[in-house]
Design a protein around this ligand. Structure first.
Ligand SMILES: Nc1ncnc2c1ncn2[C@@H]1O[C@H](COP(=O)(O)OP(=O)(O)OP(=O)(O)O)[C@@H](O)[C@H]1O
Length: 247
């Protein structure tokens, strides 16, 4: 198993093709005694939005975990062309509602990778935090408790925490699940704007509208790649009927 980055203190030797941000070949991964992903080969285009879609349990979150570097592949190769580690925004439920954190403290945690936990933030750190809170439209919520926010506000705070890491690769696990249509639309617009700002976005989603709005789509089924390409090519009516039959 090989994991390769292109620059700065990380193992090099990634191919020079800059049209993709991540490429993986024959990638397998899973949990102890439970293989989940089987020999996936695909490329994630740079400066684009890629949707990971598939039925429950098909391996979307596991693949995101592998791309984020928190799950180690058991076989295959993974090439990153970016120079910074990815920023990973886990599923909403994975972040405790009861944590007594303000929105600003939540976003500041995105600087911990640079600064170390609980260290005093530098002026530059604070400027970064201010900028990403503005970007996500949550500056006026800075002093509010995370647990008191609406789902959409909370999701924007978590995305801001990811952006505070100043990565060029944002990995999001179901960023619009459980949100009302207006909040979904707002997140979708923000993600599109981030791509225009130079960020590559990968999100796992059950939201077919969000998947259709992506530039590229990877369709998973039982841990295998069942399709990749533009959403219009992958999410055809027959595929949707086969994969998402009503219960
Ligand atoms: N921490 C874990 N330990 C063991 N098995 C796990 C773990 N997390 C997930 N799994 C299993 O791995 C498989 C794939 O799960 P995963 O969460 O990646 O799928 P998913 O496509 O994201 O599903 P969903 O759409 O329901 O979120 C499932 O069988 C799941 O039960």
């Amino acid at each position: 198993m090989k994991i390769m980055f292109k620059e700065s203190g990380l193992p090099s030797a990634a191919p020079e093709d800059t049209t993709f941000r991540i490429r993986f070949t024959e990638l397998s991964a899973g949990y102890t005694g439970h293989p989940v992903l089987h020999q996936l080969s695909a490329a994630i285009p740079a400066l684009a939005t890629t949707a990971l879609v598939g039925p429950n349990g098909s391996g979307k979150s596991t693949l995101l975990g592998v791309l984020a570097g928190v799950i180690r592949p058991t076989a295959g190769e993974l090439h990153h062309t970016g120079s910074r580690p990815p920023a990973f925004v886990p599923q909403r439920g994975a972040v405790g509602d009861a944590l007594p954190l303000t929105v600003r403290q939540t976003v500041e945690m995105g600087r911990w990778g640079e600064r170390g936990p609980w260290r005093r933030l530098t002026r530059r750190d604070r400027a970064t935090v201010d900028a990403v809170m503005d970007r996500m439209g949550i500056a006026d919520l800075a002093a509010r408790q995370l647990g008191d926010l609406s789902g959409g506000q909370r999701q924007r705070a978590l995305i801001a925490q990811g952006l505070a890491q100043e990565s060029d690769l944002l990995l999001l696990d179901e960023p619009t699940t459980g949100l009302d249509p207006e909040a979904r639309e707002r997140i979708a617009t923000l993600l599109t704007e981030l791509v225009a700002d130079g960020v590559t976005v990968v999100h796992a989603t059950h939201d077919l509208d969000a998947a259709r709005a992506a530039d590229a789509c990877l369709l998973l089924r039982e841990g295998r790649l069942a399709g990749q390409g533009r959403p219009g090519q992958v999410l055809t009516p027959s595929t949707l009927t086969r994969f998402w039959q009503p219960a």
